[in-house]
Write a protein that binds this ligand. Sequence first.
Ligand SMILES: [Mn+2]
Length: 263
Amino acid sequence: MPSRPRRRLLHTSDVHLGAYDSDEGGESRAELHRTFQRVIDIGLEYDVDLALIAGDFFDHARVSDDTIAFARDQLARLSAPVVIGPGNHDHVGAGSIYDRTAHVFSEVDVKVIRQTGGESIELLDSQIEVWGRAHDETDSRFLPFADPPERGTAPWQIAIGHGHYIHPDALRSQSFHILEQDLVAADRDYVALGHWERMTRVSAGIGRVAAYSGAPKSLSAHNGGYVMVVDLEEDGTVRLTAVPVEGHRAPIGHHAIPTLASG
Ligand SMILES: [Mn+2]
């Protein structure tokens, strides 16, 4: 395979902006905003080429206008384009938060995956293609990685999705299933996953990389706290680095990222 352009991605998810909007001026809201500001800081520090937000960027569709403006201002600090894949908290159906952001985000380089049948977005002079599928709240059995198109022509093929990774042997008890076989069939260089608050690498086939970035800050347990920096190397290698949002801890390299092994 010919050498590929070196590119670096920032992968985050489950930011849940607006979760504390009812607490206007409150400490929890300020802290959540500081957390996302820090995520953008990391994107700038690592000089990323593209940012991926794998769902639940917003907590619900009625977040305040101030929160939407905050999101825009932070995304605008990145010189890199941003792709947002919706999650279960920020669907694309009637009354979607992304109807409200469409105008505001038009000033920044942000693309939202909105097609429930799936869509591919080409970025960075067609060096990277990101495929994802949106959810409009009408189908509780939504499968984020059902029927991916063949790999496109861009040298780097990325997929983005939000849901529960289901081990092949596990009971299908929850919605938004992400099946190992679907990730294998997707055949992407990197699959950016969201929904789990804990950073976890999952199996996606030989030579393929898929991972949850985890939440930059957990709303419930102490599972979050990292963002993923994804290095796409010239030889086709995909290298992961877990960067702590608070910066007290050293980044965690590829092999130390918690991995859910295939059965
Ligand atoms: Mn979710």
